[in-house]
Design a protein around this ligand. Structure first.
Ligand code: PEP
Ligand code: MG
Length: 886
């Protein structure tokens, strides 16, 4: 039996359903599902994504048994509709539409009105009793077919159409009649000739060429770019499906129309019917933003019955798919058709609001809710807003639709390429266009924000910007965009190319000049609720890397459950401390060093008290001094002079000491626990400070849970030497102050040797915290500071799939982690284990942490919400301990 490539749906039978997205694509699968639900969808069939894969795997050739299957499906379509392909009385017309498993709006090609030729155009005229409509449809088809299928430049057709308008002395298409469109058709055919192409009169030939063109469009540059930007790995997709659907016309007169609706507001997530439509228009007119559409509410007055039916269908679809739907519809002479439904793209804010609302409405559970929001969107939600003080002084110049929230400021550029170029140089830009199209996607991604003066809330600019989480203001009609002179004019203000503007995507307002943006503080409303759901679902704790009380405060507000890493080295750079630190470092004797340390002690006590206070009730992991001492030495002549004076030595002597501290390879030199092995008094001072801070607060009735962490341990003896000293000091202080303070002593695991001997270390330690930055550096032998020079070559050549410093290299570093974990837990079942390298805030690495069974991750305060959601998603997707890929 030959392979099944074609799946039909009509009022007699339906072969697909919503679960078959991989082979039918999203559009095809949902059309079939809607047909199963008995909704008014025009009949048609889907050619599966497997054909696309076959096409690209076989030198752009279609499988042999496709043709009979498509012919059979076309027959069935003719039968159910009682129409004939190419007929001169009652012709069947179809659209040919792309549709991959993941929606890629506008990236691939679509052809409408297919089946029209010199004969069937007469048929369409008779059938509709509208000759003008028939010839307009015909010329649109010739144009689209030429442009999409045969790659004839679009501009040539535009020029021909303009010529006819010029000769008639009119400005718009609406003023042209049937005779004019006949002339346009003749001119279009001439263009084909000039291009050495012919326009096929045989509808079946038109169909084949178009089907192939859609498969070809899977790999057009903008589709490839879209997949790159959206991190849609080509390997996960077979390709696009092709949907052949009976045409319905929204441009058959004033009782026809077309529109796009959402079951909830895609911008805010509010539960209300939302959308736009155009009377007497074809679908592409709405999306392209050529005419400004009317809000959905007005349909209630124009066609109350259609409005009622449409909103009932919207409810039904949202319930059925259990998510907000984005629905395309057409009304042909008063009859409603649904052309597409899909889970609607939405802003990050709307995604959160909708996920929480759906839980409250009982449509989804909390696990599903956490899967509905992309962790990267959470970051965008903590979007910048304009500094209110600066905003008071800003010069308001106009307003458009608030298409995608946030506040953005940048230099204006008028083309996508320029936006990309400038962004590469690190410049902030706002892309200004009359409207955008798929070609602009790269530039939109590179820009801080997008401003257009045409189009509605469902225009290309609006939809794409929302998807990207980019600030956008669209349809700002009072802002004149002069592409020729590269300037914009509004409200009497002229802003030239590369001058600054600021746009507010929440209110749709535009300001001249640069307005500072700030990040909002804390979590509120539905986001807080969603992240509470996340914590319920998740198996991982999320802590923050914080060195100062301010960061600890942010971390708490964002829901961190403690501090996983306090890098104490940052505490010694304050103006009143650095000299004391330097004195300590260049000391020639232990006595001198202890004296300097004694002076640093009170500062450290205050530092730790600040952190413990902010994190009251949670664990605070404080790492003993880690970097090479050389990082603290004086650099400038002035600094040398000043320090030499306080030390009572000559500048020359001091320079000599500094030189002695220099190392060839400081990251593998005298740093981490090694400093404490040589100079135990440094760790002693820090231990004392940690304990005294904790004791003081305990006496005030506060709950403190200090954890002392030793960096860069590679040998259990390093650990035990330090641990003995720490416990001796701590126990003495606790006894002296007579408090009941519990503390923990643990280690960073960031040296590969430590992973291998983790059973020995685990026996001694209360906790492990993987320093995945150093573990990656030492595991791969890639310098953290230099790998940028060659990593792209490695990724391009597929040696490493991704940057291992951003996403854990599961098969290498991941395996080291697993070895360490198994070793540590084998001797200490109570060992607490986390990650505190940069990977702790990366969703992919967090998934790994969940899978191997760590207790927590620790990341920068601003990433805490992202990490909470990512941890929940990992738990919702995978049971713990599932076999990890390494
Ligand atoms: C690490 O190495 O992952 C780590 C957290 O320590 P640092 O980045 O301070 O070396
Ligand atoms: Mg480290």
């Amino acid at each position: 039996m030959s392979k099944k490539y074609v799946y039909v749906w009509n009022n007699r039978r339906v072969e697909g359903n919503a679960k078959m997205k991989d082979i039918l694509g999203g559009k095809g699968a949902n059309l079939a599902e809607m047909a199963l639900l008995g909704l008014p969808v025009p009949p048609g069939f889907t050619i599966s994504t497997e054909v696309c894969k076959y096409y690209w795997d076989n030198g752009m050739k279609l499988p042999d048994d496709l043709k009979p299957a498509v012919e059979q499906a076309m027959h069935e379509l003719e039968e159910v509709l009682g129409k004939k392909f190419g007929d001169n009385d009652n012709p069947l017309l179809v659209s040919v539409r792309s549709g991959a498993a993941v929606s890629m709006p506008g990236m691939m090609d679509t052809i409408l009105n297919l089946g029209l030729n010199d004969v069937s155009v007469q048929g369409l005229a008779k059938q509709t009793n509208n000759e003008r409509f028939a010839w307009d449809s015909y010329r649109r088809f010739i144009q689209m077919f030429g442009d999409v299928s045969l790659e004839i430049p679009h501009a040539k057709f535009e020029e021909a159409l303009n010529k006819v308008k010029r000769e008639k002395g009119v400005k718009t298409d609406i003023e042209l009649d049937a005779e004019d469109f006949k002339k346009v058709v003749e001119l279009y055919k001439k263009i084909y000739q000039e291009e050495g192409k012919s326009f096929p009169q045989d509808p079946m030939e038109q169909l084949w060429i178009s089907i192939e063109a859609v498969f070809r469009s899977w790999n057009n540059p903008r589709a490839i770019k879209y997949r790159q930007i959206n991190k849609l790995d080509d390997k996960n997709f077979l390709g696009t499906a092709v949907n052949v659907v009976a045409m319905v016309f929204g441009n058959m007169g004033e009782d026809s129309g077309t529109g796009v609706v959402f079951t909830r507001d895609p911008s805010t997530g509010e539960k209300k019917y939302y959308g736009e439509f155009l009377m007497n228009a074809q679908g592409e007119d709405v999306v392209a933003g050529i005419r400004t559409p009317q809000p959905l509410d007005e349909l209630k007055n124009i066609m109350p019955d259609v409005y009622k039916e449409l909103t009932e269908i919207m409810d039904k679809l949202e319930h059925h798919f259990r998510d907000m739907q984005d629905i395309e519809f057409t009304v042909e002479r008063g009859k409603l058709y649904i052309l597409q439904t899909r889970n609607g793209k939405r802003t990050p804010a709307a995604a959160v609001k909708i996920a929480v609302a759906l839980v409250k409405e009982g449509l989804i559970n909390k696990q599903e809710a956490v899967m509905r929001v992309d962790p990267a969107d959470i970051e965008k939600l903590l979007h910048p807003v304009f500094d209110p003080e600066e905003l008071k002084r800003a010069q308001y110049i106009g307003k458009g639709l608030p298409a995608s929230p946030g506040a953005a400021t940048g230099k204006i550029v008028f083309s996508a390429e320029e936006a990309e170029e400038m962004a590469k140089k690190g410049e902030q830009v706002i892309l200004v266009r009359p409207e955008t199209s798929a070609e602009d996607v790269g530039g939109m991604n590179a820009a801080q924000g997008i401003l257009t003066n045409r189009g509605g809330m469902t225009s290309h600019a609006a939809v794409v910007a929302r998807g990207m989480g980019k600030t956008a203001v669209v349809g700002a009609e009072n802002i004149l965009i002069d592409l020729k002179n590269r300037l914009i004019k509004a409200n009497g203000v002229v802003i030239k190319d590369k001058e600054w503007i600021s746009i507010d995507g929440n209110e749709g307002k535009v300001y001249a000049g640069k307005v500072k943006t700030i990040r909002p503080e804390g979590l509120a409303g539905e986001l807080a609720t969603l992240l509470d759901y996340a914590d319920e679902v998740s198996d991982l704790g999320v802590r923050a890397n914080a060195d100062v009380p301010r960061d600890a405060k942010v971390a708490r507000e964002y829901g961190a459950q403690g501090i996983g890493l306090c890098r104490t080295e940052h505490m010694f750079f304050g103006p009143e401390r650095i000299n004391k630190m330097r004195r300590m470092i260049v000391s020639k004797s232990e006595e001198q060093r202890r004296k300097a340390l004694e002076e640093l002690l009170p500062y450290q006590i205050e530092d730790f008290k600040g952190l413990f206070k902010e994190m009251e009730g949670f664990s605070v992991t404080i790492r003993l001094l880690d970097p090479p001492l050389h990082e603290f030495v004086p650099e400038t002549d002035e600094q040398i002079k000043e320090l030499a004076k306080t030390l009572g030595i000559t500048e020359e002597e001091l320079r000599q000491t500094v030189k002695e501290l220099e190392e060839f390879n400081p990251m593998m030199g005298h740093r981490g626990v090694r400093v404490a092995i040589t100079y135990p008094e440094i760790a002693e001072m820090q231990t004392k400070a940690i304990l005294l801070a904790a004791i003081e607060l305990m006496k005030e009735g506060k709950k403190v849970h200090p954890e002392i962490m030793i960096p860069l341990v590679g040998n259990v003896k390093e650990f035990t030497i330090l641990k003995d000293s720490i416990t001796q000091i701590a126990d003495e202080l606790i006894k002296e102050h007579n408090v009941d303070l519990e503390y923990k002593v643990g280690t960073m695991i960031e040296v590969p040797r430590a992973c291998v001997v983790a059973d020995q270390i685990g026996e001694q330690a209360d906790f492990f915290s993987f320093g995945t930055n150093d573990l990656t550096q030492l595991g791969l032998g890639f310098s953290r500071d230099d790998y940028g020079k060659f990593i792209n070559d490695y990724i391009e050549k597929g040696i490493y799939e991704k940057d291992p410093f951003q996403h854990i290299d599961r098969e290498g570093v991941g395996k080291l982690i697993k070895i360490a974990l198994d070793g540590g837990r084998s001797t200490n079942p109570h060992l607490k284990v986390g990650i505190c390298g940069e990977h702790g805030g990366d969703p992919e690495s967090i998934e790994f942490a969940h899978l191997v069974g760590l207790d927590y991750v620790s990341c920068s305060p601003y990433r805490v919400p992202v990490a909470r959601l990512a941890a929940a998603q990992a738990a919702a997707k995978y049971k713990r301990g599932k076999k990890v890929n390494y």
